[in-house]
Design a protein around this ligand. Structure first.
Ligand code: MN3
Length: 207
């Protein structure tokens, strides 16, 4: 079975100028799709990889074991999870998530500032992330195709900080992109759902 490009969970014009339809055309339709196509080529050429899920392929290719494959499967998972973590409408964290945010960062604004610092301070291509580690929220960043699921973290949210994520709408201004998306478009309901530790599975695909 081949991996597929997951549908976006909203219309591609739902974010207006904050993340334009043109950005989705390129970022989802071309970049994300290219990772799917290349992963399928690599799996198709190696019988030992067939029938394995996305998460299984990430596990067996990580840490330099199969870097070419890791880049593709890591990026399929990262992008699938990234799209799920965005909301066209502005939300507020509630319940247990709100309590954990207060405990770890003082306020939602405090958490957003830490995520923004991780996004803006990350040199080059990669991802800023919010993970659940030993029952606490933790901000992290990852280079290139690296992914929280390769490090045993329970992922709650990730933000793409590759230039292709913002260049159409924000040109070179990564801080403006991070401000807008983190301040207005985090799907906090999805983040809260992932407190069950099953976030990794939500962007998985069977092999
Ligand atoms: Mn991307």
């Amino acid at each position: 079975m081949a991996f597929t490009l997951p549908d976006l969970p909203y219309a591609k014009d739902a974010f207006g100028k904050d993340m334009s339809a043109e950005t989705f055309d390129y970022h989802h339709g071309k970049h994300h799709n290219a990772y799917v196509t290349k992963a399928n080529e690599l799996v198709g050429a190696d019988a030992s990889l067939q029938g394995k899920s996305l998460l299984e392929l990430i596990q067996l290719s990580k840490g330099g074991a199969k870097p070419g494959l890791f880049n593709q499967v890591g990026q399929i998972w990262n992008h699938s999870f990234f799209w799920l973590g965005l909301s066209p409408e502005t939300q507020e964290p509630t319940g247990k998530l709100a309590d954990l945010i207060k405990e770890g960062f003082g306020s939602t604004e405090g958490l957003v500032e830490k995520l923004k610092a991780a996004a803006v301070g990350h040199f080059g291509s990669g991802w800023a992330a919010l993970n659940l580690v030993n029952g606490k929220l933790e901000v992290a960043s990852y280079h290139d195709a690296d992914t929280p699921v390769a490090h045993g973290a329970a992922p709650l949210f990730i933000l793409d900080v590759w230039e292709h994520a913002y260049y159409i709408d924000y040109r070179n201004a990564r801080p403006g992109y991070a401000d807008t998306i983190l301040g207005k478009h985090v799907n906090w309901a999805f983040v809260a759902e992932n407190l069950d530790g099953k976030g990794a599975e939500r962007a998985n695909q069977p092999g």
